[in-house]
Design a protein around this ligand. Structure first.
Ligand code: NDP
Length: 239
């Protein structure tokens, strides 16, 4: 039984990751921002502990990790940095505030959580951290300058932290999804979805469960010698 902390576990990919860990018998706490109804449903369904906090605020992150440690009966062995926001906009129209919001939620938050949980992991000599990046952090997306920059930052953070924490028995990896059928893509119309499926060598969008399966693997004993890696779960899109 592992103690697992997941950010953005109320919906989409995070909810699938939560269900996978809960089904494996692990103890899970998750963070969400505002959707109380979705969080309550996930908590009731899975037995996981819900924490309402804004991952882009370092004080809120400190509180969330404290609450998770209490609810889990000990510090997390596994941290999944999944919470994220997308933002579609021409770069010339992108405001300072929106650029910072996207960077803070997708990248700074990953740093804040990694900073908070690592002390206990180092003391135990064991830890697993999986960051959810995006294929757009690898190849860049038009009209998603802030999002692509943040997710490219997640790649760099993952590799650097893997080197820093490896000697302490902690692995740090990144999963980079392609186009996955979640609320984040709810605004895409049928034509846009078909175009994205066409551009994917496996000819379809991915599912949240397919991302969760990769996250579970990287958190498992079977991945004990894998660290600093960015694993694409994108149907071949970014090859
Ligand atoms: P969703 O929009 O479906 O869910 C986002 C989750 O993150 C929700 O649980 C939401 O909480 C939480 N969240 C958002 N902002 C904050 C915040 N400031 N503080 C706390 N929690 C927050 O997203 P997906 O499941 O689609 O995406 C999950 C991850 O996967 C993201 O990092 C995303 O960038 C990445 N990804 C997704 C892809 C896709 O095609 N869907 C492709 C590539 C990467 P609440 O319910 O309260 O709003």
């Amino acid at each position: 039984m592992k103690r697992v902390l997941i950010t953005g576990g109320s919906r989409g990919i995070g909810a699938a990751i939560l269900e996978a860990f809960a089904a494996a018998g692990d103890r899970v706490a998750f963070v969400y921002r505002q959707n109380d109804g979705a969080a309550e449903r996930m908590a009731a369904k899975s037995g996981a502990f819900a924490i309402k906090a804004d991952v882009s605020d370092p004080d809120e992150v400190r509180r969330a990790v404290r609450e998770a440690t209490e609810a889990l009966g000990g510090a997390p062995d596994v941290l999944i940095n999944n919470a994220g926001v997308a933002s579609l906009c021409l770069s010339r129209d992108l405001s300072d505030a929106e650029f910072r919001r996207v960077l803070d939620t997708n990248l700074s938050a990953v740093f804040y959580f990694c900073r908070e949980v690592q002390g206990a992991m180092i003391a135990k000599g064991f830890g697993r951290i999986v960051n959810i990046g995006s294929m757009w952090g690898k190849v860049g997306a038009s009209c998603e300058v802030a999002y692509s920059a943040a997710k490219a930052g997640v790649r760099g953070l993952t590799m650097a932290l893997a080197k820093e924490l490896g000697p302490s028995g902690i692995t740090v990896n990144c999963v980079e999804p392609g186009v996955i059928d979640t609320d984040m893509n709810a605004s895409l119309d049928a034509d846009a979805r078909a175009e994205l499926a066409d551009a994917t060598p496996l000819c379809r969008l991915g599912t949240a469960k397919e991302v969760a399966d990769a996250v579970l693997f990287l958190s498992s004993e079977n991945a004990a010698f894998i660290t600093g890696q960015c694993l694409g779960v994108d149907g071949g899109f970014a090859v």
